[in-house]
Design a protein around this ligand. Sequence first.
Ligand SMILES: [Zn+2]
Ligand SMILES: [Zn+2]
Length: 348
Amino acid sequence: MKALQFPGSREVFIKEFPDPKPGKDEVVIRMKASGICGSDLNYLYRIPKEEKDKYVLGVWVSSTVIPGHEPCGIVEEVGENVTHLKKGDRVIVYHISGCGVCKSCREGYYMHCKNKKTYGFDINGSFADFMVAKEKDCVLLPDELSFEEGCYYACGAGTAFKACKRLNISGLDTVSIFGLGPVGLAAVMFAKKFGGKVIAVDPIDVRRDIAKNIGADYVINPLEEDVVREIKKITDGEGTSVSIECSSNPTARSQILDSTKIWGKVAYVGEGKTVTIDVSNQIIHKHLTIFGSWVYTIPELMDLLNFAAKEKLNLPALITHQFTLDEAEEALKLADSGKSGKIVFKWD
Ligand SMILES: [Zn+2]
Ligand SMILES: [Zn+2]
C-alpha cells in the first residue's frame, strides 16, 4: 500500500508499505477519506527535522510513523475476537486509543489514559490506503453521512462540537469565535445550529467568506479592525456572552477575554504558544468562567454522528478541497497557507 511520510521541515513523500494484517481485536480499514488537521501541521509537518522523534507538549512527534488521525473508511478484514464489526462496515476511527481498563478510560476519557496511543502519532494512521485499528476505537458511520464528513467529525468538527456543547449555547447567546481554521469553522456551524448570534474573527479572507456562507452574523478582520471595539459595538457595549478561542494566537487569546461580557464564558481550544494575562482586570473583576476543551469522547462522537445525520448539518460546505495521496505536496502546502476550509484526502 501507499502511505505518506512527514520527515519534518515541511517535506512530504509517499512510501510503499506492506498491506497491514489485523491482529487480535483489530480490523483493517480500507481508507475512503482522511482529513488534514492543525495538529498534523503543527506537530508533524512544520516541525524542523532535528526536532522530530521526541515528545512535544506530550505528543510523540515521529518522523517515520504514518501520519493521519481523522480516518474514515470501510472495514476490509477483521481479526480474531472481533465481534461487532464485519467486512464492509462504514467506520470512523476515534484517534486516541486508551488502554480501556484504567479509570480515565472507563470514564470515556481515553485522552487522559497514561498508556494511550494516538493513531497518526505513536501508531500508524490514516494517510494510507489501509490502516489497522482496534475494534473498540471504531464507530459506525451513519448511512446519511459521507466519508468526507465522517473524517472531519473524527477530530476537528468533534472538538468544536464538544466546546459548543459545554458552553450550552442557545438563542440567548452572542458567540465570538476567534480563528476560523477547520475547528473554528465547525464551531461557527454548531453555534448557529444551537441558536447563537455568531461573530467570527480571522485575518484570512477565504476563511471569513466561508464563515459568512455558513451563517456567521458578523465577520471581523483583526488586521484591519480593532476586534474588541467592534465586538463591543455589535453587542451594545457589553461583549459576547460566550467566546471560543481556536487560533492560539497570543493577541487573540487576550482579546477574547476583553471582548467577553461580565459573567461570560470562554473556551480555549486552539493549541500551542503562550500568553500573558492580567488576571485581576481580565478575569476576576469580570467574573469570567474560563475552561480548556480538548477533543471529546467516543460516546460524544456517537451522539454527534446521530445529530449530524438527523439534522443534515451543512458540514460539506466547510470542506473546500479534496486531494489524492499523490497530490499530498499540493494539499499540505495549501493547508499550511491557511487559505482554505477543511482539506481531505479522498480514495475512490
Ligand atoms: Zn486533530
Ligand atoms: Zn487507560
